[in-house]
Design a protein around this ligand. Structure first.
Ligand code: TYD
Length: 205
């Protein structure tokens, strides 16, 4: 059976490494479609450009919510098509990022949650949790040009929201047939240990 799996977490949480591990594990069992948000579609590209141009994380919240939502609408069609063709989809970030990032930017959480409910529900969402300080150190070590969201205090706020996902899960599922399956993974361990836990969750699917 095909599955839709999402990886989430603050910048520098180790998602990239764990996605590669998951691909390595799953590729022998199923055909995979690996994707990300912001997507590589038109709106996704525009978002990436804006993120590089702007420095203050607390600006343009509404604009960003609208752009990520527009991108997600287009991207959802591709994900659905892949699932219908029998492929398992792995997606790096999804509406949980909007819940965390655009809320931290100052946008209205009720509105964000309402919009999020309209999208395909993942079979499994893995939130990799690490302290903001560790994330910041990793991002510095990578030495990439800094993007809008990579400021420590902002990362701390994001982390708090990600840790509250079990609470948002209830709101998202309320009065509907949808069923979230959000698991918080302690990412502050050796990558192999982190993956052991992820593997267990993937096996349950
Ligand atoms: P990108 O470099 O594409 O991803 P990553 O850091 O995961 O490798 O940057 C995407 C940035 O966009 C990241 O800082 C998180 C942010 N973002 C949001 O603010 N809202 C969203 O809905 C999504 C999907 C991402």
């Amino acid at each position: 059976m095909t599955k839709f799996i999402v990886f989430e977490g603050i910048d520098g949480c180790g998602k990239g490494t764990q996605i590669l591990n998951a691909i390595d594990l799953l590729k022998d069992h199923t055909t995979l479609f690996v994707t990300k948000e912001p997507s590589t579609l038109k709106t996704g590209k525009l978002i990436k450009r804006l993120l590089k141009e702007q420095d203050d994380p607390k600006t343009n919240a509404e604009l960003f919510t609208n752009l990520y939502t527009k991108d997600r609408k287009e991207h959802n069609k591709i994900i659905l098509k892949q699932l219908n063709q029998g492929h398992t989809v792995i997606c790096d970030r999804y509406y949980y990022s909007t819940i965390a990032y655009q809320q931290a930017q100052g946008d209205n959480i009720k509105k964000i949650l309402k919009q999020s409910k309209k999208f395909l529900v993942p079979d499994l969402t893995l939130v990799i949790d690490i302290p903001a300080e560790t994330a910041m150190q990793r991002l510095k070590a990578r030495g990439k040009k800094k993007e809008k969201f990579e400021k420590q205090k902002f990362l701390e706020e994001l982390r708090e929201t990600y840790l509250k996902m079990p609470y948002y899960e209830k709101i998202l599922d309320k009065n509907s047939d949808r069923k979230e399956n959000i698991i918080i993974i302690d990412g502050n361990r050796k990558p192999e240990k982190v993956f052991e836990q992820i593997k267990e969750e993937l096996k349950k699917l």
